[in-house]
Design a protein around this ligand. Sequence first.
Ligand code: SF4
Length: 478
Amino acid sequence: MSSNAISEIIHKNRINMKLSQKELGERVGVSNRAVSKWENGLSYPGTETCLKLAELFKISFDALLSGETVSERNWQNHSGMESLRELYRIGRGPSSSHSMAPEKACLMFREENLHADSFKIILYGSLAKMGKGHMTEYVINRVFKNRNFEIVFDHDNKNLPHPNTMDCYAYTDGKQTDFWRVLSVGGGKFVIDGRHRRESAAVYELSKFTEIAAFCRRKKMRIWQYVEMCEGSEIFEYLHEIWNCMKESIAEGLSSTGTLPGGLDVQKKANYLYTRHHIDESSETRENRLVCAYAFAVSEQNASSEIVVTAPTCGASGVLPAVMYYQQERRGFSDEEIVHALATAGVVGNIIKSNASISGAECGCQAEIGSACSMAAAALAELLGMNLEQIEYAAEVAMEHHLGLTCDPIHSLVQIPCIERNAVAAMRAINAVSLANFLSGSRKISFDLVVKTMYETGRDMSRSYRETSEGGLAKLYL
Ligand code: SF4
């Protein structure tokens, strides 16, 4: 991110909205001189002002920083999607932006400064505000343990290029030898300010379900074959790695007991659910109990800052593995079949990410858990050999009934309501596939339409319900 990117985006959006510098300043509570300085690259708006600008321009923080205009972030004009490697990432929970990206950035910084004798990390904006609940401090402590370092929480600096900004300093003999300004821009990605931002190339030319389905029908291929065509067969090696990591998270989560960190005194329940088996248990109850146990296992690993896979985010990382693991256990699907299902789920997640959002901070929990549920439903439909129409129906139903779901985690911890929500969404994905099996012929709503609806609903949602812990359960919980 450079100052030019912000300057341009503010200028372009202001002109698009036909506002003078004075009018824009009034809308976000600053002087016309401040707006003029931003547009000329002489200063940056602070975190709170960035929030207001993004709100006003109806764009995300990422878009604000990347120079994307209102008309560019437009459903009809969007084309192309990134590799599934950018969607499924392995890293430490509980938050892709607050723990996963800062940890990776600090590891890189440490590796590039092997001979430094001390380090200082300063957290700003949301990293400072949520840094304890979302475990930024914890992961940094892990990276620099046995080294001489300090972490500073700076709550005062508002003049930041991004709400998730951190500064990394390295010293030798008391002299500063290196400095990085790191911006954690979402989904586990980070950018080092001043370094060229390598944009991931669009490896998928198509980005709507309707287009992809039409292509697959024409070529008589399944969605996972479309993935192979676009990414090459190496993508399956990567997805095998992803699947192995998911299975490890489940196994470790099931054997872990005790209380989750963070002070809410939430007991881990995966092991309890897994072992509560009755001799006369019905098959339905067993399915429910086990699927939920697996979803709890991954989500509790995530809340404990252990390694998980973003699917599509850390907070929603339990839904897809729970559904896949149960199916493999029950019906004996091979790892290869599961990997193909993950490819189909990845396309569904990618469509949502590219045309709408998978960020709770941008569109509420519908964008995280709703997306995870759609991905899991599509994966299960793929696994069961359902046709394209049924896969679409399953993914659509899964998202449709999460529309409007807010994000309001108590104490900023990814625990309540997040963990149970993963379990409920996993069951809902299975229900969506059952419906699709019977009813896909009568479908009225397309997957693309429901994704567009989710995005608009998210943009209309009050900021209190978009990962600020200022509304809902977070506000009313005593
Ligand atoms: S409530 Fe918020 S933090 Fe929790 S899973 Fe949903 S989007 Fe993520």
